[in-house]
Design a protein around this ligand. Structure first.
Ligand SMILES: C[S@@+](CC[C@H](N)C(=O)[O-])C[C@H]1O[C@@H](n2cnc3c(N)ncnc32)[C@H](O)[C@@H]1O
Length: 231
């Protein structure tokens, strides 16, 4: 049985179907402020806390999950936050269609789908190609946070960062089990409540690093963006 798609009427929601091809994502917000992106916002626990902590940053929260976008919008509207917009959008699709150099002050990836089976490991969103692409979109000294409950995903990503020129680790070790002031997402809270560790990684684009447009790897058509978002 297919689930009925909930229509999202919230002013926080940006319907990607209505966006012109050359839309500048900064223009979606009432105030001109630095723009941060959360990939896979779920039902919005993280973004409503982070946006309240940082009212002078605009936050675009994306997810491919319609009900998650609906719930995130509802919570943003209830909170009165004006610096959040939500789109139902696949991460690589968003960046390949609307991304430009140095556009983001921060990227947040909290508990991405782990794809634990060996034959599905290539479906993981965060890999060498993806992290290299992000250096193009993050502005100099901008942040990338990768948080996961899955130890081997944490290790895979921690081992990948040093193989890419342009990142600078902001933590005393490749990853830590705490990050002061970092809001908890629903999945983080769930796993911590079960006594399981969360692995935090915080990297920055080096201030003097430039990734020339011709060296940006092409967006991979991953498992997620091979599927239609209808339904
Ligand atoms: C395991 S849940 C974690 C949700 C939330 N970040 C949290 O920590 O509570 C992963 C979320 O990422 C979304 N997602 C997975 N792949 C995505 C992609 N390529 N682009 C955008 N969202 C994605 C899923 O729909 C799901 O809501």
């Amino acid at each position: 049985m297919t689930q009925r798609k909930i229509q999202i009427l919230s002013p926080t929601f940006i319907d990607s179907v209505t966006l012109p091809a050359n839309q500048d994502l900064n223009q979606l917000f009432p105030a001109a402020q630095p723009l941060a992106l959360e990939i896979g916002c779920g039902i919005g626990d993280f973004i409503i806390q982070r946006a309240a902590q940082q009212p002078t940053t605009n936050f675009l929260a994306i997810d491919i999950y319609n009900k998650g976008c609906y719930k995130t919008c509802r919570r943003v509207d209830e909170s009165g936050l004006t610096n959040v917009r939500v789109m139902r959008m696949e991460a690589r699709y968003l960046l390949s269609h609307f991304g430009f150099a140095d556009m983001l002050t921060a990227i947040y990836i909290n508990c991405p789908d782990p794809w634990p089976k060996k034959r599905h490991l290539n479906r993981r969103l965060v890999n060498h190609t993806f992290l290299t692409q992000m250096l193009y979109y993050i502005k100099p000294s901008g942040d990338l946070y990768f948080i996961t409950d899955v130890e081997d995903y944490a290790q895979q990503v921690a081992e990948t960062f040093p193989t890419i020129d342009g990142y600078s680790n902001q933590l005393p070790s490749p990853y830590t089990l705490e990050l002061a002031g970092y809001p908890q997402s629903k999945y983080m809270r769930r796993f911590l409540g079960q006594g399981l560790p969360i692995h935090f990684q915080h990297q920055q684009r080096q201030a003097d690093f430039v990734l020339a447009t011709e060296n940006v790897p092409a967006i991979e058509m991953g498992f997620r963006n091979r599927h239609t978002l209808e339904g």
